[in-house]
Ligand binder design. Sequence first.
Ligand code: PLP
Ligand code: COI
Length: 342
Amino acid sequence: MEKPNLDWGNLPFGYVKADYNVRCTYKDGKWGEIEVSDSEYVPLHIAASCLHYGQESFEGLKAFRGADGKVRIFRMEENAKRFIRSAEGIAMQPMPIELFEEMVRKVVKLNERFIPPYESGASLYIRPLEIGISPKIGVSPAEEYMVIMLVTPVGPYFKAGFKPSKVCLSRDYDRVAPKGTGSIKIGGNYAASLVAGQKAHDLGYAVMIYLDPKEKKYLDEAGAANFYGVKGNTYVTPASETILPSITNMSLRQLARDMGLEVEQRHIPYEELAEFNEVGNCGTAAVCSPIGQITDLDNGRVFEYGMEAAGPVTTSLYNKLRGIQYGTEPDTHGWCEIIEFD
Ligand code: PLP
Ligand code: COI
């Protein structure tokens, strides 16, 4: 198996063509066989519901080449469950968990040579997506759907890696509506976040933090990741209907409890930003990333947490989570599936 000629240690979080993707179509009331493709393109009807009315959802998970040479996929069943919730949230056909998992295993095995070596600190990002493919001009759900899973080797999401970043916050933008689609993972939410994200980047910040879209009182989502703060011995993260229930955050809450921290999932008033010792954002792409400074664009207020290095709790959580994913820490909660290669 010839390894691709990639600079494994310096991969960005971006797209690299791998060998294969896998696809499965829902037609005539049932899911078909898993198909393997080496094409980067999808033939679509010009009136497909995904193109006109945004029937599209996606997931993001990772496979890791461990220190022991084994390949681990992290919490795939949780992604499968969320993929179902996302499909149901925009009236698409949900894919059964077993089929989702079979597709993930298959796409990872088919692209084994693209799984970055352990020493690189990189991983194989797996991107499942579902689209409505029936032609629709009247606004109604498609009858036919396609799930595609592609993979790409990735490095860190934030350019600085595991170093504190500067982020901003503004009340001028909502990512989602109060009773809208914030808690599912659909493309439309990300389209709606692009202008705010671009503004943050143009001003030199890594991400835009949103306040809750109803009252603008509480912290909500941190770009394409969940927000958390650490106060004394407590890990605090928002309870909100408008954020995506992050699988990384769920794991960090468990690891925090394992480490003897208190865990609170509740509304976090904006003013509480002044009380945290550490803050960060977390997600599959972001892992857990320290935030060094938050600038409120609306009033110029700056909250400082330290730009030198990550705080001790963020560092411990990061090391523990990465250790489980790369097989250097015991997987006591059974979060990883080891992939057997023939
Ligand atoms: N919030 C948003 C808006 C996201 O896009 C993501 C990324 O998937 C997350 C949170 C983190 O979720 P997870 O940890 O499941 O990747
Ligand atoms: C992830 O963390 O998997 C994400 O989906 C974030 C972003 C790349 C969309």
